[in-house]
Design a protein around this ligand. Structure first.
Ligand code: AMP
Ligand code: GLY
Length: 422
């Protein structure tokens, strides 16, 4: 029987732990640090996700068969290298391979070098003066990206030269994101629909996960500020089979081959953030992990043993695994704290959780909650991911919204159009 360790504490990690616990091949699921909500499905162990030496010590003690890493920062910081040196198996890329997410400039140069479709670049700048000057020679809208990780706040798509210069000033002059913003990439804006195409890979074999789509803006109709993700949909009909083949052939395969050729073979989840343009799929970004909340929607439809699949990925035998997705659609609606993605308060008592979960085909993943003597209370910006499955997105959405309407906490807000727009 498999023993699994999950690193992280959010809704994505709860979904992974939940599915692993349900996997027939798995006997133990630990989560470090996990959370009170994740504690329903895994044994949570205190740890800091930024202290990779401590995580390696913990894994050496627990002796899981593999460790699967939820968030990007420990991977970008070299968790997989440290574990591998000690002979411990990690489902996640090495530090060198995680640069696909850790440095947008590395990713762009990699894409260009290997002829993988992406937005054309205007330039890469490390001086504020040159960056300002570049704004005189671009077509609008333009896209400005900080090189390093900025917690989802390092990208601006704008048609306003004033907004562009103000963003460059914040990144490069005021250094609001420190080092991460001192080099920037300026590229052309692409038009089309976005798609999250995530695969699990052992470096050679590819297990494509069901396609999904995030809803990043705070309010209905894709209005308001960007967030970590207010909901996600996954459905069979989202992309035709021919487009999936095209994505595999033009994006995923050349990315894995290119990484191997460049000496940094890629193992783990590879998240391709794509724009489906009139000229075909183009890469907007790579992430070196599952998406959050895409993971919640994807996992809800997984009709195969996740423990076995992750174990096979760690043993370079992913070709043994056959993915099946049932039912045909899922919707995850994120319930957020009042004020999120800006300032919000925590500690608000949550009611209706059991009532929501008593509905069929519904599971509520905990993203930011903690247990109090009176039950669960809010403990983060994104609080819960109410996830439902159905025969089509409409049916899944109706169940997710019926469940969401049974849950209450002061200030709670959520989008009412997950799976309907975008
Ligand atoms: P990234 O972190 O690179 O995915 O950027 C965050 C978001 O910015 C994406 O999900 C897109 O909505 C948007 N974006 C990034 N690059 C482009 C581009 N070249 N054209 C249009 N939108 C983009
Ligand atoms: N949902 C977008 C992300 O995980 O980056």
């Amino acid at each position: 029987m498999i023993k699994a360790l999950v690193i992280g504490s959010g809704g994505r990690e709860h979904a992974l732990a939940w599915k692993l616990r349900k996997s027939a091949s798995v006997s133990h699921v630990w989560c470090a640090p996990g959370s009170d909500g994740i504690g329903r499905d895994a044994k949570c162990v205190a740890a800091s996700t930024t202290n990779i030496a401590e995580l390696a010590e913990l894994a050496a003690e627990l002796k899981p068969d593999f460790t699967v890493v939820g968030p990007e920062l420990p991977l970008v910081a070299g968790l997989a290298d440290q574990f591998s040196r000690r002979g411990m198996r990690v489902i996640g890329p090495s530090q060198a391979a995680a640069r696909l997410e850790g440095s947008k400039i590395f990713a762009k140069q990699f894409l260009e070098r290997h002829g993988i479709p992406t937005a054309p670049t205007y330039g890469i700048y490390d001086s504020v003066g040159e960056a300002y000057a570049a704004m005189c020679a671009v077509d609008w809208p333009v896209v400005i990206k900080a090189d390093g990780p900025c917690a989802g706040k390092g990208v601006l798509v704008t048609s306003s030269p004033d907004e562009a210069t103000a963003f460059i000033e914040r990144l490069m002059d005021k250094q609001e994101f420190g080092e991460a913003g001192t080099r920037i990439l300026v590229e052309e804006a692409l038009e089309g629909k976005e798609l999250s195409f995530i695969v699990l890979t052992d470096g050679e074999h590819i297990l494509p996960l069901a396609p999904s789509r995030d809803h990043k803006r705070a309010f209905d109709g894709d209005q308001g500020p960007n967030t970590g993700g207010m909901g996600a949909i996954s459905a069979d009909g989202m992309i035709p089979a021919a487009l999936e083949d095209e994505i595999l052939q033009k994006v995923v395969r050349p990315t894995l081959d290119g990484m191997a050729k460049d000496g940094s073979p890629y193992v783990g989840f590879l998240y391709c953030g794509l724009m489906l343009t009139s000229e075909g799929p183009k890469v907007l970004e790579f992430n070196c992990r599952m998406g959050d909340p895409e993971c919640q929607a994807i996992v809800a439809r997984m009709d195969f043993d996740l423990g076995e699949a992750l174990q096979a990925a760690g043993e370079s035998q992913l070709d043994r695994i056959k993915a099946r997705w049932r039912p045909a659609a899922s919707v995850c609606v994120v319930l957020a704290s009042g004020g999120y993605p800006g300032h919000y308060e925590t500690g608000k008592p949550i009611s209706g959780l059991a009532d929501a979960e008593s509905l069929g085909d519904v599971v509520v993943f905990h993203a930011g909650t903690r247990v109090t003597p009176d039950g669960f209370a809010t403990a983060g910006g994104r609080v819960l991911g109410v996830t439902a499955t159905g025969a089509d997105p409409g049916a899944a959405g109706a169940k997710a919204y019926a469940a969401a309407s049974r849950i209450r906490f002061e200030g709670m807000h959520y989008r009412k159009d997950i799976g309907i727009v975008g």
